[in-house]
Design a protein around this ligand. Structure first.
Ligand code: GLU
Length: 393
């Protein structure tokens, strides 16, 4: 029987980062010496004490349904994290535990957005924001930025992007893919604009909060402007901070009615996140944070190796990252001088000829750049840079 996919299914693209990672891994499995710098995933193993908490949870029979919005003890650990790190106070009914940060973001968009609403997304953006927005029938309104402005939007750009239909602003700092962090002052200026627009919600995706070495201590929109409490949702998770990508635990904090509605959506889609992972996440958030400091130090060391190597290649423009494990150099000079069609063409060329896999900037809404994930050991970074140098000579 001939059939047509739903409009939503027709409109959505697969996650570019996950697809490219799968492609690079498939080539590796065929025996090609690919250096895979596509995926944003810590290469460290999940710390032993976190695994031990999961094993204990299994042995203790914590293998059944949990409350949809998360076990109370994990919610308490999340509340304590917000108090400790962000000076923000939440009650349990303001916290939702989800299957990864992505589901928290999805639930949030589903809860707030109606078809035709506009969502402001600064570019470069994480690949999934516009796609999730489109799934709700809302319309992504992209604000492009440049390397000169450190890939951060200005207050003027925000004002110009706002219309009577604007419902949500998504802000991600530290940013995937740019590695940039908004300073306290920059956030305050954006917050001032939002204060006079009471119909706009703010989603602060703080997934990379802990992986930061510049502009510390960390700030988000709510920390600099508590008056936005009624319309700000923070999304977060343990994946990047604790090398727990496969455990699928994210969380959201926000106004109770929104969190309740997000939990309702979750109850009708996936129900509770994995019970065992929730116990592991609780251990991650509660126990000593030394493992985080060690991983961040390693990411910073790798960053310090990679950035000068890229800078030394003629035509590449790169600025140091403030955090995360990404850098987003501009290759537009190389693209035009070497006759590449665009960044997609260049990324395909690098995969084929240098056997280095990176993600084209187009995937993040900004042509002409490439995203490098340096969540891999230094030797790989050295080899990748050398190969780039050779093929781009
Ligand atoms: N967030 C990571 C990345 O950007 C993981 C992949 C994904 O979920 O998109 O590479």
């Amino acid at each position: 029987m001939p059939f047509q996919l739903s409009q939503a299914a027709q409109n959505i693209s697969p996650s570019f980062t996950l697809a490219l990672n799968a492609k690079a891994n498939a080539l590796k499995a065929e025996g090609r010496p690919i250096i895979n710098l596509t995926i944003g995933e810590p290469d460290f193993d999940t710390p032993v004490h976190i695994k031990a908490a999961a094993i204990k949870a299994i042995q203790d029979g914590k293998t059944k349904y949990t409350p949809i919005d998360g076990i109370p003890s994990l919610k308490t650990a999340i509340i304590e994290k917000f108090e400790r790190d962000n000076r923000l106070s939440y009650q349990k009914n303001q916290i939702l535990v989800s299957c990864g940060g992505k589901q928290a973001i999805y639930n949030c968009c589903r809860t707030i957005l109606n078809p035709g609403d506009e969502v402001i997304i600064p570019a470069p953006y994480w690949v999934s924001y516009p796609e999730i927005v489109k799934l709700t029938g809302a319309v992504p309104v992209i604000i492009p930025t440049t390397i000169e402005q450190h890939y951060k939007i200005t207050p003027e750009q925000l004002v110009n992007a706002i219309s009577s239909k604007t419902k949500l602003l998504i802000i991600n700092s530290p940013s995937n893919p740019s590695g940039m962090v908004y300073t306290e002052q920059e956030l305050k200026k954006l917050a001032e604009i939002l204060l006079s627009r009471p119909n706009i919600f703010i989603m602060a995706d703080d997934m990379y909060e802990s992986i930061v070495w510049n502009h510390t201590p960390f700030n988000n929109m709510l920390m600099v402007c508590p008056e936005l409490t009624d319309r700000t949702i923070i999304t977060h998770g343990v994946s990047k901070t604790y090398a727990m990508t496969g455990w699928r635990i994210g969380y959201a904090a926000g106004p109770a009615p929104i969190i309740q509605a997000m939990a309702n959506i979750q109850s009708q889609s996936t129900a509770n996140p994995c019970s065992i992972s929730q116990h592991a996440a609780e251990a991650a958030l509660r126990d000593d944070q030394i493992c985080v400091r060690e991983m961040v130090a390693a990411f910073k060391a790798r960053h310090d190796v990679l950035i000068p190597l890229l800078k030394a290649i003629p035509g590449i423009r790169v600025i140091p990252s403030d955090g995360t494990f990404y850098t987003f150099p501009d290759f537009s000079t190389i693209i035009s001088s070497h006759g590449f069609k665009d960044d997609l063409d260049l990324a395909a060329f690098l995969l084929e000829n240098a056997e280095v896999a990176v993600v084209p900037g187009s995937a993040f809404g900004l042509k002409g750049a490439l995203r490098f994930s340096f969540a891999t050991h230094q030797e790989n970074l050295l080899t990748a840079a050398n190969r780039l140098c050779d093929v781009l000579r």
